[in-house]
Design a protein around this ligand. Structure first.
Ligand code: GUN
Length: 280
């Protein structure tokens, strides 16, 4: 079974647009991009285009590559204090000269549609999440749409990033999976991956996961977006692995569209929560 994130995300976006129209709210997402990283520019454009589709307003702020941390903080504080803005997203990675941790912590937690602020990650790890990082939340949504139950399963997450690996492990734990996080220092990776009923790879190595690393019947989720010989490929050797997996996400058209749809859902959530101030 191919886990079709593109179709699933389109269906969810249609429902979301109707909910937004009916809500009478005017959800607004601010994106901040520092420098001219072509991949980041492309992702932000895709996010803004999707905003248009679902009737979310977007405000794009572009800062030059030589912007200092303090200047990024001033921009974020302005957006934090702007009552017209519901969600604030600072596109990562930031230039090396900027302290990414301080910038992430500067985003108001009730506008943190990326879910990267330690407050929101803390809620997620305590099992009571509000804003959840978009990629792992989108993957859980995809599991839900295809009725893939993770409870009691061995889930192996490759990669321990703040954006994907760690929150993915927390969500799977909250959903009663038995979770292992693997990373570059894991001593016998194949031994771990071969035990996985659910394997989520977010390591950024083209076609690194080969068929002999996968348990027959496993569910494979490929978060990787890599260039190989001018072609976009995931972390998984899709053609070979799809023959033994029970379900697998393609690249492109798997996780990526679910990430963007989830960002839209998080932005609407931010607008709804801010509109009823008793929640906060
Ligand atoms: N860079 C790659 N993925 C993401 C994401 O989900 N959010 C932000 N802000 N930056 C990213």
């Amino acid at each position: 079974m191919i886990l079709d994130g593109k179709t699933c995300s389109e269906r969810r976006l249609e429902i979301l647009r109707e909910e937004i129209d009916e809500s009478g709210l005017n959800p607004t997402l601010a994106t901040v991009i520092v420098g001219a990283n072509p991949a980041s520019q492309m992702y932000v454009r895709m996010k803004q285009r999707t905003c248009e589709k679902v009737h979310i307003e977007s405000v794009g702020i572009e800062l030059p590559a030589n912007t200092k941390t303090d200047q990024v903080l001033v921009t974020v504080h302005q957006l934090n204090n702007d009552s017209d803005i519901d969600g604030v997203l600072v596109q990562l990675p930031l230039p090396k000269t900027i302290d990414t941790g301080i910038v992430i912590r500067s985003v108001r937690s009730d506008k943190d549609v990326d879910g990267f602020h330690p407050y929101n990650l803390g809620l997620l790890f305590s099992g009571k999440p509000v804003f959840v990082p978009c990629t792992p939340k989108g993957i859980m949504t995809l599991f839900g749409e295809y009725e893939i139950d993770v409870a009691g399963k061995n889930a192996v997450v490759l990669g321990r990033s703040l954006e994907v690996g760690r929150p993915m492990a927390a969500l799977l734990t909250n959903a009663d999976a038995t979770v292992t996080i693997c990373h570059s220092k894991t001593s016998n990776l194949s031994e771990e991956t071969l035990r996985a009923d659910i394997l989520v790879s977010a390591i950024g190595k083209p076609q690194f996961i080969t068929a002999n690393m996968v348990k027959p019947g496993a569910v494979i989720v490929d978060v990787g977006i890599n260039q190989l010989n001018g072609k976009l490929v995931g972390d998984v050797d899709f053609e070979a692995v799809k023959e033994i997996a029970s379900a697998i996400t393609p690249v492109p058209g798997g996780v990526g569209p679910m990430t963007i749809a989830t960002l839209m859902e998080n932005t609407f959530l931010a607008a709804k929560l801010r509109s009823c101030s008793t929640v906060w």
